[in-house]
Design a protein around this ligand. Structure first.
Ligand code: URA
Ligand code: SF4
Length: 195
């Protein structure tokens, strides 16, 4: 594959491959370390992301930042993006044809970043990347090795804001992510904080 960040950024910025282009204010490609070992993939931009062009900057994003901090990481050390790069109206779940239209951009991002670990935040990325038979409540917290990359499905941070009972299992998943990065020799062991 011959792609580059400038080429990808330009293509996504001008993209009209699905209907979500009609209602977006800004495309949200992603941000962070372009060679990060750890990549987070969410569902799609929400209102604040659409306004700013940045992923995970609303309430769910702030919780994600706190969870990252608790395992000793900053946003600048990871790469964060979404399945679809344009906001679905009313934050509805992206339709299968929208997911499919946008998937090649995500493939290019993964090819450029070459992460060792990919965290799927919630049902949409888990099903899009690991199969439509995945169920987030049943399958979260279980590592899956695909083409040399470790995938971890976990709850979307917005789900943790709605349901306190999901916080503990999500925190277990984040500790497992930290341990995997240490096991892979990507980051040094550090003390783990509290969300
Ligand atoms: N939720 C997502 O899935 N992605 C974002 O970028 C923000 C909220
Ligand atoms: Fe293009 Fe993806 Fe936006 Fe659809 S969601 S218009 S495929 S960038």
């Amino acid at each position: 594959m011959t792609t580059s960040w400038p080429t990808l950024t330009e293509a996504v910025g001008a993209c009209e491959k699905c209907r979500l282009c009609q209602t977006r204010k800004h495309v949200v490609l992603g941000e962070g370390d372009p060679r990060a070992a750890l990549m987070f993939i969410g569902e799609g931009p929400g209102q604040q992301e659409d306004e700013t062009g940045r992923p995970f900057v609303g309430a769910a994003g702030q919780l994600l930042d706190r969870m990252l901090a608790a395992i000793g990481l900053t946003r600048a050390q990871v790469y964060i993006c979404n399945i679809v790069k344009c906001r679905p109206p009313q934050n509805r779940v992206p339709e299968p044809d929208e997911r499919a239209a946008c998937m090649d951009y995500l493939r290019q991002q993964v090819a450029l970043v070459r992460p060792k670990v990919i965290v799927c935040l919630g049902s949409t990325p888990t099903r899009a990347l690991l199969g439509d038979d995945m169920r987030i409540t049943r399958d979260r917290g279980v590592w899956q090795l695909r083409k040399g990359v470790w995938f971890m499905p976990t709850f979307h941070p917005a789900a943790l804001l709605r349901d306190q009972d999901k916080k503990r299992p999500a925190w277990e998943d984040f500790k497992a992510i930290r341990a995997k990065l240490v096991e892979l020799g990507v980051y040094e062991e550090k003390s783990i904080g509290k969300v």
